[in-house]
Design a protein around this ligand. Sequence first.
Ligand SMILES: [Zn+2]
Length: 103
Amino acid sequence: MGREHAGPEDVGPEVVVREPAGRSYPGRSYPGREHAAARPSWRCSGCGAPWPCQPAKLALLSEYGTDRLGLLLYLATRMIDAAGELPTSVNVVERFLAWARRK
Ligand SMILES: [Zn+2]
């Protein structure tokens, strides 16, 4: 009758989650801010090129650094917005995502 052991159950080693050092998030000020998408044309409000223009791409790459997944998620969000506003002849996957894929 009764239990022989009333102690706490075995607990595995604690999992430590670290924040990556130097990580930053877009939305405030970043170098390519003037190269923003004008909607619904999806042309750059800074240089008039189809967005994301080259300066915007460079700014995004430096903004996200090694966080390629974060960059792709951001671009996918923009792509979904754009897909509803651009002509169907525009290949939005190619335009928004292809350049950012890991090589
Ligand atoms: Zn631009």
